[in-house]
Write a protein that binds this ligand. Structure first.
Ligand code: UDP
Length: 331
């Protein structure tokens, strides 16, 4: 039978989608989240929820034992790149030090499988695009380094303890649950599609375009936007792969292997709402690469992953539907 999966950060954006994907596939789930950036409403009422810290080892180990946890999906952490530059120690604490404590609890309690939210930011500014998993990992900000250090811990721990892991390196996660059960709820987000749908609904008066002189077809930055529900599905498949072959760990890019420019994203939002957003040309952000596109041949080869929502219009439509839902909830 299926063991319980402990989802850290299960009240956050990606974690809450993973909780739904696991539940929809029949996995028992438990969530731990501090609710510092997550939302209690993002976790279904029938999922056991603990408000607490992943580095609270007595609490975590009690949960692992009482729920007979057979796998951990670890989403909890801090995710804002510019904030990581301004406050690196916060990122090394929340993402690296606390992950170390969680991994130690997993080892102590004999949890055999661990799935980790990693990031394309571990590649820094890749020399080649699409970027493969064996490309050099040279992060250009503390966020990426804090995640890379956790990947390194997992590799070393898996070499000597009875645990295997999958590090999923996310490209640009966007969109929301197609049934609008959850979505990205954090106000003041900096991610392009979130910013654009907020502007489309009148919550911002414009969208800044950070750089129009990149070496890309239209001069604006190109990214590999992945629908959050396809990403959540990849986690469930990764879990099944870890269970099927406990001797093997994985490091897999999560993207579609194609990119859209900032202008293409804004055009899609305009087309779908039939109301143009005000655009402002602005300078490049520090550290923004021109293009970041995944080579996704590894995940396609290792997991039976079939992307269902790779269409940009679908990503934007679902993001918009969730943004409207948030408005209704606040009324
Ligand atoms: N971007 C932009 N305006 C915004 C937010 C982002 O032009 O308000 C651009 C950014 O420069 C990059 C792309 O959109 O080329 C995606 O940025 P985002 O912050 O969503 O993700 P990142 O790739 O930085 O992780």
């Amino acid at each position: 039978d299926k063991p319980t999966v402990l989802v850290t950060g299960g009240a956050g954006y990606i974690g809450s989608h993973a909780v739904l994907a696991l539940r929809d596939a029949g996995w028992p789930v438990a969530v731990i989240d501090t609710l510092v950036t997550g939302f209690r409403f993002a976790v279904p009422d029938d999922v056991p929820f603990t408000q607490g810290d992943i580095a609270d080892q007595p609490l975590v180990e009690a949960l692992l034992r009482s729920h007979h946890v057979g796998a951990i999906m670890h989403f909890a952490g801090s995710v804002v790149v510019p904030e990581s530059v301004a406050d690196p120690l916060k990122y090394y604490h929340n993402n690296t030090v606390k992950s170390r404590a969680l991994i130690e609890s997993a080892v102590r309690c004999g949890v055999p499988h661990f799935i980790f939210s990693s990031t394309a930011a571990t590649y820094g500014t890749p020399e080649e695009s699409p970027v493969r998993e064996d490309a050099p990992q040279q992060p250009i900000n503390p966020y990426g380094m804090s995640k890379l250090m956790t990947e390194a811990m997992l590799a070393d721990v898996a070499a000597v303890h009875p645990i295997n892991y999958c590090a999923l390196r996310y490209f640009n996660v966007a969109g929301a649950d197609p049934q609008a059960r959850t979505g990205q709820s954090t106000a003041g987000a900096t991610h392009l599609i979130k910013v654009a749908v907020e502007a489309a609904l009148g919550k911002r008066d414009h969208v800044s375009i950070f750089g129009s002189d990149f070496d890309t077809p239209d001069g604006t930055g190109v990214r590999d936007y992945i629908h959050v529900s396809d990403l959540a599905a990849a986690h469930v498949l990764a879990l099944e792969a870890l269970i099927a072959d406990p001797a093997t760990s994985h490091r897999l890019n999560c993207g579609y292997g194609r990119g859209f420019s900032v202008l293409e994203v804004l055009d899609a939002v305009d087309r779908i709402t039939n109301r143009p957003i005000t655009r402002r040309m602005d300078g490049r952000r520090a550290g923004d690469p021109a293009a970041l596109i995944s080579d996704n041949s590894a995940i396609l080869a290792r997991l039976p992953w079939q992307p269902r929502h790779a269409d940009l219009d679908q990503i934007v439509t679902h993001a918009l539907a969730w943004e409207r839902r948030l408005d209704d909830m606040r009324k």
